[in-house]
Design a protein around this ligand. Structure first.
Ligand code: N2P
Length: 381
C-alpha cells in the first residue's frame, strides 16, 4: 500500500477539493478495502461538511444552469466542482455593475437562473417584481450565515436572496508612487497624480466618494447635496485616466495607474501580482456592501438554482471563493478555512471602529433620476 499517496488523497479530501466518492475510489485503487476506505473517509470528513451536505433530489435537476455574475468574482474550481458533483453544466456570463444587471433583467426573460445584485439592488429588483421567492427548505445551509446578514433590511427574512460575499469600496494605491500619509479621498483629487487616477465605472459608487468627501450620506437625496457632489466630480474629471471597474487591475499591476477607487478584493487580487499595491479605507468613510445570489422571476431552472445557492453556502465552498477573490465570507463556519493573511486583514474584515465610518447603499427612490443625470453629464464631460 502506498501510504504517501493515501496521505495526499486524505489531504485533498479533508480540504474539500475532492468528493467522498472520488476519495473512496482512489484509495481503493491504492489497495484499501471498500470498508477501510469508507472508514478513513468518515474519519476525515470534516464535521462541517457532514453537517452541511444537502439532500438533493437529482431527478429534479436541470441539465444546465445559467449564471450571471460580476467579473472576477468566483474561485477557479467553484463551477467545475459543482458540475462534477451534480452533473449540471453551468453557463457563466459576467457584468460590471448593478445598473447593467438591472437593465438586462428589465429587458425581459434573459434565461438567467442566478444573478448577483448588491443589497440596494435587491431592494430595487423586489420593488419591480423581478425576483422569484426562494424555497428556503431547499437551502438548509442558510442556517450557517452570519447573524448580521441573516435578516437584511432590503430582503426581510431572506425570502428572495442568499448572501454571496461582502466587502468595502475604498481605494487601491501604489505605495511606491503615492507619497506621504495615505488615508483620505483627497488624494484622488491631487493634480500631482493627474492621469494616474481612476474611479469605478459605477454611478452610485463614483458619486458616493464625492458625497463622503463632503461629509454627506452616500444615500443623499437632496438636490443641493447632489449638485455639490457633481461639482466636485466635474473638478476631478480632468485628472482621471478613466472610469473603470474590475479591468483596472491590469493597469494597477503594470504601474500605469497609481490610485483607483476599487473594491477591497479586486485590489488584493492586483496585489497578488504586484506587491506595491495596497488598499485604503479612507478616514471620510466609504461604502460597505453585500452581494447576493438571487433568482430572476423568469429563471427556467429554479430548483437547480436553489441547489447552487445551497452549494455556495457550504463553508468550504464559500471559503474557497473568499480565499481566491479576497472578499469576506458571509458563512460563519467558513472562517476556519480562510487563509490567515485574509482573516487578519482589516481591509477585508474591518474593525468595529472602522465599521462606524462605513455605510450601506439604499435605494434612493425618486432621487435616482438626479444620480442618472449627474452620471450622464460626467461621462460626457
Ligand atoms: C467583483 C467585485 C464586485 C463587488 N470583482 C461589488 N459589489
Amino acid at each position: 500500500m502506498n501510504n504517501k499517496k493515501i496521505a495526499t488523497l486524505v489531504e485533498a479530501f479533508s480540504e474539500g477539493s475532492m468528493t467522498r466518492r472520488d476519495f473512496i475510489k482512489k484509495t481503493m485503487a491504492l489497495g484499501l478495502s471498500m470498508a477501510g476506505a469508507m472508514t478513513v473517509a468518515d474519519s476525515f470528513f470534516p464535521e462541517t461538511r457532514r453537517a452541511y451536505a444537502a439532500q438533493v433530489d437529482k431527478s429534479k435537476l436541470s441539465k444546465e444552469l445559467n449564471i450571471y455574475n460580476w467579473s472576477d468574482y468566483i474561485a477557479e474550481d467553484t463551477i467545475p466542482n459543482f458540475e462534477k458533483e451534480f452533473g449540471v453544466k453551468v453557463n457563466y456570463d459576467t457584468y460590471e455593475d448593478n445598473e447593467a444587471l438591472l437593465a438586462k433583467l428589465q429587458s425581459g426573460a434573459t434565461g438567467y437562473d442566478i444573478v448577483v445584485p448588491t443589497g440596494y439592488m435587491v431592494e430595487i429588483m423586489l420593488k419591480q417584481g423581478l425576483l422569484a421567492p426562494i424555497n428556503r427548505g431547499n437551502i438548509p445551509n442558510l442556517k450557517g450565515i452570519s447573524k448580521e446578514l441573516s435578516d437584511p433590511p432590503y430582503d426581510p427574512g431572506r425570502k428572495h436572496s442568499v448572501p454571496w460575499q461582502w466587502g468595502t469600496t475604498g481605494f487601491a494605491f501604489n505605495a511606491k508612487k503615492v507619497k506621504g500619509k495615505v488615508d483620505t479621498w483627497d488624494l484622488l483629487w491631487n493634480p500631482e497624480y493627474k492621469g494616474k487616477i481612476t474611479m469605478l465605472d459605477d454611478m452610485r459608487s463614483a458619486i458616493s466618494v464625492a458625497l463622503k468627501r463632503l461629509g454627506y450620506s452616500l444615500n443623499a437625496t437632496s438636490e443641493k447635496e447632489l449638485m455639490e457632489a457633481k461639482k466636485l466630480l466635474m473638478e476631478q474629471k480632468p485628472l482621471l485616466k478613466a472610469y473603470i471597474s474590475a479591468p483596472v487591475k491590469s493597469l494597477l499591476i503594470s504601474g500605469e495607474v497609481w490610485l483607483s477607487q476599487l473594491w477591497v478584493g479586486d485590489t488584493l487580487m492586483a496585489k497578488d501580482e504586484n506587491e506595491d499595491i495596497d488598499y485604503c479605507i479612507p478616514k471620510e468613510g466609504c461604502e460597505i456592501w453585500d452581494d447576493n445570489l438571487a433568482i430572476p422571476k423568469s429563471a427556467p431552472h429554479q430548483y437547480t438554482a436553489e441547489v447552487w445557492m445551497n452549494y455556495c453556502l457550504r463553508p468550504e465552498v464559500s471559503a474557497a471563493v473568499s480565499n481566491f477573490v479576497h472578499y469576506a465570507t458571509p458563512v460563519e463556519a467558513a472562517k476556519k478555512f480562510i487563509n490567515k493573511d485574509d482573516l487578519n486583514n482589516p481591509g477585508i474584515y474591518p474593525s468595529a471602529e472602522v465599521m462606524k465610518r462605513l455605510e450601506f447603499q439604499k435605494d434612493v427612490g425618486e432621487a435616482t433620476r438626479i444620480y442618472d443625470q449627474i452620471w450622464t453629464e460626467l461621462k460626457a464631460a
